[in-house]
Design a protein around this ligand. Structure first.
Ligand code: PGA
Length: 251
């Protein structure tokens, strides 16, 4: 049985005051014991969030890391080993905002994925198609190629300790959500692609859906057989809403 994971990606949001308020709000939530819950604050706030959530069972992750795992002369970057040092357990890699707005390539995503694992942390690999790609009937090709770049470079064993998130770019922050059936079709294809190399790894890996997940649509999405939780952006900035999404992933 795959344990569901609900991950809150706070993106480039938050001040010390609003983060303290969000931590407080999360501490007041009744969170399901059978769901793994993680939040991804901006790097500046990781230590504060890690400290503030001690004892809640909520894991803290980072939104990105440098391609090299160790500290070094690289102005402005954060190494996976530094993230490990401040208590991060997970790191997002290949979020579409980084791929599309900052030009992050598949090759960089592969290096970041490897850097995260080399520090004992778990990468959460994001994949997804744009609206134009979906309308051109290329969804499975695009997502398949993003996944294949990591599998080919690092081997199927790399997915023993990894999470995948399917995030259609057109659904991110847009209020448009993939229907449960649309999402399930892509999740099943991702699992089948991994299963072609190892049925065992494919069966165990968690595949999250992301893109305008909210309390009102979460249960329906999480009810699909290959959707093992969610990567939540905007709605994760509201503790009550995020708590409700986490409960929707529970049994
Ligand atoms: P959203 O973002 O929930 O605001 O659509 C999801 C994401 O980008 O991870």
């Amino acid at each position: 049985m795959r344990r569901p994971l609900v991950a809150g990606n706070w993106k480039m949001h938050g001040t010390r005051a609003s983060v303290a308020e969000l931590i407080n709000g999360l501490r007041q939530q009744v969170l399901p014991a059978d769901v793994e819950i993680a939040v991804f604050p901006c790097s500046l706030h990781i230590a504060e969030v890690f400290g503030g959530l001690v004892g809640t069972g909520v894991t803290v992750g980072a939104q990105d890391c440098a391609v090299d795992p160790e500290q070094g002369a690289l102005t402005g970057e954060v190494a996976a080993s530094q993230l490990q040092d401040v208590g991060c357990a997970l790191v997002l890699v290949g979020h579409s905002e980084r791929r599309l707005l900052l030009g992050e390539t598949d090759a960089e995503v592969v290096r970041k994925f490897a850097a995260v694992q080399s520090c004992g942390l778990t990468p959460l690999l994001c994949v997804g198609e744009t609206l134009a790609q979906r309308e051109a009937g290329k969804t499975l090709d695009v997502v398949g190629a993003q996944l294949a770049s990591v599998v080919e470079a690092l081997g199927i064993e790399a997915f023993i300790r990894a999470v995948v998130a399917y995030e259609p770019v057109w659904a991110i922050g847009s209020g448009l959500t993939a229907s449960p059936e649309q999402a399930q079709q892509v999740h099943a294809a991702i699992r089948a692609q991994l299963a072609a190399q190892s049925a065992e790894v494919a069966c165990a890996v968690r595949i999250l859906y992301g893109g305008s997940v909210k309390a009102a649509n979460a249960a329906e999405l999480f009810g699909m057989p290959d959707i093992d939780g969610g990567l939540v952006g905007g709605a994760s900035l509201n503790a009550d809403e995020f708590g409700a999404i986490c409960r929707a992933a529970g049994s």
